[in-house]
Write a protein that binds this ligand. Structure first.
Ligand code: SAM
Length: 281
């Protein structure tokens, strides 16, 4: 293939195994005038491996806005630019969004050169539902913020997909088990396409223990996938419980149960019994 002039190519690179690069990615990287890379130290070995000698420009989160005008000028002048990140698909929890958006705004063509992406690779082997999923990127950093983030996802019916680093994998699994419940099914996809590739499928409580007790399982890069919420017909919905608890703060027990049933469509008696039980705890 030959590249077109004045186009920004968004090029995926491998997430581990360097042979996971497509022929079209190699052709584009070899032919463009400039490669804007998240970290040139990361991209250099790949280019060396491919025998590509195209000039590199470092474009990371902190200088992205400053470099934007320069890149736009070059594209407008008819030069061709490839955007790559350290691994996988740019813009997916990686830099590049302001550049792509600005190109779109100015009528500069942006063309994808697809390839590896950790979230899609993990989803495809997880054994969890793939017809409906929600990608959340990295969970928030502090435990309380993370738990609040998870609480907002408790009744999401699609498979939940997160990225996580080795620094927080243990704490994140503990918070997941706490909020989604130790019985919720989940999958850890670690070091995909690399030497220590591991995919473990189990309930969150068990997964947390496996990782806690095996230092090897705490190393590397992770995608965490949590099965979507499936309501057990005998179980009161988390939303009804939330409404019930809120009303209980202001109203007598019976009145709270009646109102919560009217708001959520749950059975009044079931909510009343539950409110009684929760009152006794
Ligand atoms: N843009 C990349 C993509 O398309 O997947 C993701 C970049 S994000 C900064 C890096 C995170 O992706 C890692 O912390 C990890 O959660 C996930 N990741 C990347 N490579 C992986 C791999 N080989 N196995 C498992 N997870 C990986």
């Amino acid at each position: 293939m030959t590249v077109d002039k004045g186009v920004l190519y968004v090029v995926a690179t491998p997430i581990g195994n360097l042979t996971d690069i497509t022929q079209r990615s190699i052709d584009v990287l070899a032919q463009v005038d400039l490669i804007a890379a998240e970290d040139t130290r990361h991209t250099m070995p790949l280019l060396r491996h491919l025998g590509v000698v195209t000039p590199l420009l470092a474009m990371h989160e902190h200088n992205e806005k400053a470099l934007l005008e320069r890149l736009i000028e070059r594209l407008t002048a008819g030069q061709t630019v490839a955007l790559v990140s350290d691994a996988g698909t740019p813009l997916i929890s990686d830099p590049g969004y302001p550049l792509v958006r600005e190109c779109q705004r100015r009528g500069i063509r942006v063309s994808p050169v697809p390839g590896a992406c950790a979230l899609i690779a993990a989803l495809s082997v997880s054994g969890l539902a793939t017809d409906h999923f929600r990608f959340e990127g990295f969970p928030l950093r502090t435990s309380s913020a993370r738990q609040q983030q998870f609480r907002e996802l408790v009744t999401e019916s699609g498979t939940l997909v997160f990225y996580e680093s080795s620094h927080r994998i243990r704490a994140t699994l503990v918070d997941m088990a706490r909020v989604f419940g130790a019985e919720r099914h989940a999958v850890i996809a670690r070091e995909l396409t690399k030497l220590h590739e591991t995919v473990i499928s189990a309930q969150l409580g068990a997964l947390s223990q496996i990782v806690e007790s095996d230092a090897n399982q705490q190393k590397g890069e992770f995608v965490l996938l949590v099965a979507g919420y499936r309501r057990n017909p005998d179980e009161v919905s988390p939303e009804a419980l939330r409404v019930l608890d809120l009303l209980r703060e202001e109203l007598p027990l019976k009145q709270a149960a009646v109102l919560a049933a009217r708001i959520t469509g749950e059975k009044r008696n079931r909510l009343y019994q539950l409110a009684l039980q929760r009152n006794q705890v």
